[in-house]
Ligand binder design. Structure first.
Ligand code: GDP
Length: 869
């Protein structure tokens, strides 16, 4: 070790602390630095040993300090030097500590300053809000003042600018100064420190900071540089340092800011400083809110920034991005938070396109009543309808041949037009009602005078009552000798139908569909009832109609028979109907004539649909094809959702219960095809009712139209028969059906179909096993016979004992064994039967424990085939 190297760490005492300095940095980081010193080589003449090298000897000694501790061979001068060094190091250390303390203070001040800034800002924010809320006038006044001030200042600056430009180039004005002076002035009094935001406005606007003074000259130089640059760019003319040619030309080029621009800038800066942004003119918007919405779309509709919306959602605990979908409830909260109004809209709003304006009383005109005929099977509904139609044709209509379109119009003797619905059975009537089509105004209840009230009569009464439709009772088959109309009337009383003949209010007419007797009176009664109902509609509006039948016609495509309920349906109208839509291509009336329009209560066939709607669907005329399509799409989706929801078992428990119940149920799969939708639905509804907890009919598929190959395929795959109602299989389907052995059953009467299916279902029922007791025997004694086991010696007390029969052993009236007989002996002979009073020997199959006094019960089992009720 030698001190001549001059780089020796200050470690004279040997202690490491003496030479290291602890540095502190921001964020609490520290760093220990080993301080090294570079010493000048000092030559001190040694009086004892002149010429001795200054740092050479280790033998040099000094008595400064503790001579006893002085290392041997160190001279006094050397010692002195080392001690000096030590002192210097200490002094430096102290100096550094002081510096550190100063730095620490500085940081503390900085922190304090920031705190103050934040506080000031918060205070400002608060003040701003207060000002915003309560002091609109004050604000206005301030604005005016500020404008004035800005104007003055701008004017002053302009003068200043002009002055500066004319100033000597040698006297550059520190550009930061004016800016520095302005900004605090803008913020008003009571503000000692510039805000950080303001610092950006001028290069030196940060204000003097402790410890930055030494760099001031640099800054100034910098400023000057910038100024020159700015001047070159023709930016802030007032900062011009030197008047150069380019500066002069650029000035002349008019690139200087206009007074108005300055004013605008000032105003903007002021508003920014005051925090008056768009907030001041914030608009409250009505935000359309669908069931779900994408966050960015929501922001868009509120005219807010998407980031702000995301932030507010996050505050609510929802971590979402701009592109995520949120539900309407959450969105509504956000909308409220932003101070807007949420307006909920649903998909169903597409249906609003349908004109639902109430008609004014003066627009309404009378319309014909719509009549449905109901009653028990074979009471003469069809015959009566035919008779009415024929009678009407006979009254002089041209052509005379009427087409079956499911409804037709006739004229009553008094001239009143009446619309008869030719379709519905009761099920169809109700299913139409279930779809919201209140088509029927009056129900004619047909009761056969020779049969009186029957189950379906009661059903019809209930349907009519449930629909709140007035009834007229037609007592039919009055021509029959066995007719007893009085019985009909009294029978009806039991079902709360009090006819006029029984001093009630329900009209009752005796008619005969065969002879035509009473038909006119019936029509008159209907006309009277219609008058009472005062039925009205507005023919001068877009039409609304109810579908009463729909079918897929080979030549014409989907065809729907509709009954116009309000307005007038015209050729070319665009409409939505249930889940379908269309444009009226042609209208055909009940006489088979093509018409151009159909008014209220008029039945017409409509051509031009995109698919087969369902009976009971409502047809609404809309404005455009797009609307019609939209409505149809929406309805289709909605009904799909509904079906899916209905099909899904809600709980696991329900699912399991259903599975358990299903296990024991025998299902008969069938496919139903019918000529019209109404029939198909009626059949399906009736079939669904067939069966009990053991057997049921499962409709795999039902539809309208001819049986196709795909129906046959489905039937084959599931081993189902096809039930065809008034339809036939096409050639290919017929071929493949016979090839695959698929059964197609043709019907034209619903009841036949139902009866057949009931029978089939009955066939699937397990046969019931019934027991008959055929005799009793009493055990008198028990014998033990080798090879046979215990044999009971008994006497038949009742009936007969048969060897093939089942036996039960009863002891004290408790069944202790049930089985069959091994032997039945009478005097050592095996016999088939032993009658009452006789004695016999009996042994049980695989059972020995028989005792005297036990009773044997002899019974037979019988299988009984059950049928469905
Ligand atoms: P629906 O099942 O109610 O439609 O009854 P139908 O119209 O098919 O008639 C059933 C049976 O009753 C048919 O055989 C008709 O001929 C007969 N029928 C219907 N009306 C009368 C009538 O007024 N007098 C007589 N004697 N028979 C009638």
């Amino acid at each position: 070790m030698s001190d001549t190297d001059g780089k020796k760490p200050l470690g004279l005492g040997g202690g490491p602390r003496s030479g290291s300095v602890k540095q502190s940095f921001s964020h609490g980081r520290t760093h220990a630095v080993v301080v090294e010193t570079k010493r000048k080589r000092v030559v001190v003449p040694n009086p004892a040993k002149p010429g001795a090298p200054a740092g050479g000897g280790s033998s040099g000694a000094s008595h400064l300090g503790d001579p006893s501790k002085r290392p041997a061979g160190i001279s006094d001068a050397e010692m002195q030097r080392r001690l000096d060094a030590l002192r210097q190091a200490k002094a430096r250390e102290q100096e550094e500590a002081a510096k550190r303390a100063a730095e620490e203070r500085e940081r503390e001040e900085e922190r304090q300053r920031r705190r103050e800034e934040i506080e000031t800002k918060e205070r400002e924010d608060r003040q701003r809000e207060a000002a915003l809320r309560a002091r609109a006038e004050e604000e206005e006044r301030q604005k005016r003042e500020a404008e004035e001030e800005a104007k003055n200042r701008a004017a002053a600056r302009k003068a200043d600018v002009l002055g500066t430009q004319r100033r000597q180039p040698a006297a550059p004005a520190p550009a930061a100064k004016p800016a520095e002076a302005e900004v605090p002035g803008d913020r008003g009094a009571g503000q000692s420190r510039p805000r950080p935001g303001a610092a950006a406005e001028g290069p030196a606007a940060g204000g003097p900071r402790p410890g930055t003074t030494p760099r001031k000259t640099d800054r100034e130089r910098e400023n000057r540089e910038t100024d020159r640059g700015a001047a070159r760019r023709g930016d802030e003319g007032r900062r011009t340092g030197k008047l150069t040619l380019s500066a002069a030309t650029s000035e002349d080029g008019g690139r200087q800011r206009s007074l108005a621009a300055m004013k605008r800038k000032q105003e903007k800066a002021r508003q920014k400083a005051m925090g008056f942004g768009q907030k001041a003119e914030k608009q409250v918007r009505d935000v359309q809110l669908p069931e779900t919405i994408v966050v960015s779309e929501l922001a868009n509709r509120m005219a807010e920034r998407a980031a702000d919306v995301v932030k507010s959602l996050m505050k609510m605990g929802m971590m979402v991005t701009m592109n995520q979908v949120i539900d309407a409830d959450t969105a509504e909260l956000v909308i409220e938070e932003f101070g807007h109004r949420a307006v909920r809209v649903t998909d169903a709003d597409v249906e609003q396109a349908i004109d639902s304006v109430e008609d004014k009383a003066e627009d309404l005109v009378s319309r014909p009543p719509i009549v449905t005929i109901m009653g028990h099977v074979d009471h003469g509904k069809t015959s009566l309808l035919d008779r009415i139609r024929k009678a009407n044709v006979a009254t002089g209509e041209a052509g005379g041949i009427t087409q079956h379109i499911g409804a037709y119009q006739v004229k009553a003797p008094n001239g009143q037009v009446i619309t008869f619905l030719d379709t519905p059975g009761h099920a169809a009537f109700t299913s139409m009602r279930a779809r919201g089509a209140h088509v029927t105004d009056i129900v004619v209840l047909v009761v056969a005078a020779d049969d009186a009230v029957m189950p379906q009569t009661i059903e019809a009464i209930n349907h009519a009552k449930a629909a709140g439709v007035p009834m007229i009772v037609a007592i039919n088959k009055i021509d029959k000798p066995s007719a007893n109309p009085t019985k009909v009337r009294t029978d009806l009383l039991q079902h709360e139908v009090v006819v006029e003949a029984m001093s009630g209010e329900v009209q009752d007419i005796e008619v005969s569909a065969h002879t035509g007797q009473g038909i006119d009176s019936l029509l008159e009664a209907i006309a009277l009832q219609a008058e009472l109902l005062d039925l009205k509609a507005n023919p001068n509006r877009s039409a609304r109609a109810a579908v009463i039948e729909a079918k897929l016609d080979v030549g014409r495509g989907p065809v729907a028979t509709v009954l116009v309920q309000n307005g007038t349906l015209k050729k070319g109208d665009i409409f939505s109907v249930g889940e379908k839509w269309g444009k009226v291509r042609a209208l055909i009336n009940d006489k088979g004539e093509t018409v151009t329009e159909a008014g209220p209560s008029v039945p017409v066939e409509v051509l031009g649909l995109d698919g087969t709607p369902s009976a009971g669907d409502t047809l609404d005329v809309v404005n455009s094809e797009a609307q019609a399509r939209e409505i149809a799409d929406y309805r289709e989706k909605a009904s799909k959702d509904k079906r899916a929801a209905a099909g899904a078992a809600t709980t696991l428990e329900q699912l399991m219960a259903k599975a358990k119940a299903d296990k024991d149920v025998v299902e008969i799969p069938v496919i139903v095809k019918a000529d019209v939708q109404g029939s198909a639905e009626a059949i399906v509804q009736a079939l669904e009712k067939v069966g009990n907890e053991e057997v049921r009919i499962r409709i795999l598929h039902y539809g309208v139209g001819a049986i196709t190959d795909s129906d046959v395929g489905l039937a084959d795959a599931s081993g189902a028969p096809i039930l065809a109602f008034n339809v036939r299989a096409n050639a290919t389907a017929r071929g493949s059906a016979s090839q695959k052995g698929v059964e197609i059953r043709y019907y034209s009467i619903i009841y036949d179909l139902l009866d057949d299916m009931k029978e089939a279902a009955s066939g699937k029922l397990k046969a019931e096993i019934r027991e008959h007791f055929i005799g009793y025997a009493k055990i008198l004694e028990v014998f033990r016979i080798t090879g046979t086991g215990n044999v009971a010696g008994c006497q038949v007390t009742e009936g007969v004992a048969r060897r093939s029969a089942g036996v039960r052993l009863l002891r004290d009236n408790v069944v202790i064994h049930e089985g069959t007989l091994k032997t039945l002996k009478r005097f050592k002979d095996e016999v088939k039967e032993v009658y009452a009073g006789q004695e016999c020997g009996m042994a049980f199959e695989r059972y020995e424990d028989v005792r005297a006094g036990d009773v044997i019960e002899i019974f037979e089992r019988e299988e009984v085939q059950r049928t469905l009720a």
